[in-house]
Write a protein that binds this ligand. Structure first.
Ligand SMILES: N[C@@H](CCC[C@H](N)C(=O)O)C(=O)O
Length: 280
């Protein structure tokens, strides 16, 4: 058996192993995902993006009921769990489809567990994603670094809790999982910590469900802008968001939000077939 093709890429340093699997034959177990993402025993990444034709999916994949997308982004977190959506991942996924020739258009939809996400691949290879509505679902509390921080709960297809702070988010210790209300978020939650630098400019750090602290989270930046707008009494606006891995631009609108940012590739190669088989 030959090796398994992979690429390594990132969106604002939220990094991914991309596994092309058009026919859907790859057995991507939680164990294999966790090993691939492990920075010592694997390639190292925040998550895995399996590139599979929608027609090759089993019939029961959430989000695909009304899908018109030819390609499905099967996103997995570094701990092996599947998640509904990944805003940085979908940009990398879209660039991969265009550059590999699997997609000849520059504007098309990508299927995800949160539903189809229309994308536009720009001439400079940055990508704009239509992220759907960002829904405010209530208020809750995160406990980080011994501090209790109130937050706005936002659903962007996946769950987020956004805490805005007066002191610099750079000072937070995010090495350990912050505590949150498991009754409010029974499936877990992504936690964002945000400073308003000036109107239309946010700074953010994130502790992702299923991963830990990452250098960026696309859905998290959309949640952050939606929460900041909500707290200032509106539901529409545009903001840049600076995360440790770079900058993205987010527009929030009740009709739907957009996320624009870079998508980069750094390597491609083959997984060792024996290593892969040993993880089954
Ligand atoms: N990094 C992603 C979000 C990935 C999924 C998240 N960890 C979850 O479990 O919901 C992004 O860029 O949006």
């Amino acid at each position: 058996m030959g090796g398994i093709e992979f690429l390594k890429g990132h969106g604002t340093q939220n990094d991914f192993v991309i596994l092309p699997d058009a026919a859907g034959g790859l057995e991507l177990t939680p164990e294999r995902t966790a090993a691939l993402c492990d920075r010592q025993r694997g390639l190292g990444a925040d998550g895995v993006l399996r590139v599979v034709r929608s027609s090759a999916l089993p019939g029961d994949v959430p989000g695909t009921e009304d899908s018109a997308a030819e390609w499905f982004m099967d996103y997995r977190n570094a701990d092996g769990s599947a998640a509904e959506m990944c805003g940085n991942g979908v940009r990398v996924f879209a660039r991969y489809l265009v550059e590999s020739g699997l997609e000849t258009r520059r504007e098309f939809a990508v299927g995800t567990r949160a539903g189809d996400r229309p994308v536009q691949v720009h001439p400079d290879l940055s990508v704009t994603v239509a992220m759907g509505p960002a829904r405010i679902t209530g208020a809750s509390v995160a406990v980080v670094d011994g501090r209790e921080l109130s937050g706005v709960a936002v659903d962007v297809g996946n769950p987020h809790l956004v805490s805005t702070m007066d002191d610099d988010v750079a000072g937070l210790d995010l090495r350990d999982q912050p505590r949150f209300d498991h009754e409010f978020f029974p499936g877990g939650v992504n936690l964002e910590f945000v400073n308003t630098v000036e109107p239309g400019a946010l700074r953010m750090r994130v502790y992702e469900r299923g991963v830990g602290e990452t250098r960026a989270c696309g859905t998290g930046t959309v949640a952050a802008v939606a929460a900041a707008l909500h707290l200032s009494g509106t539901d529409t606006g545009t903001s840049t968001v600076d995360i440790p891995g770079g900058r993205v631009t987010v527009t929030v609108d009740p009709e739907g939000s957009t996320l624009t940012g870079p998508a980069e590739f750094v390597a491609r190669g083959e997984l060792d077939a024996g290593w892969w088989a040993s993880l089954a």
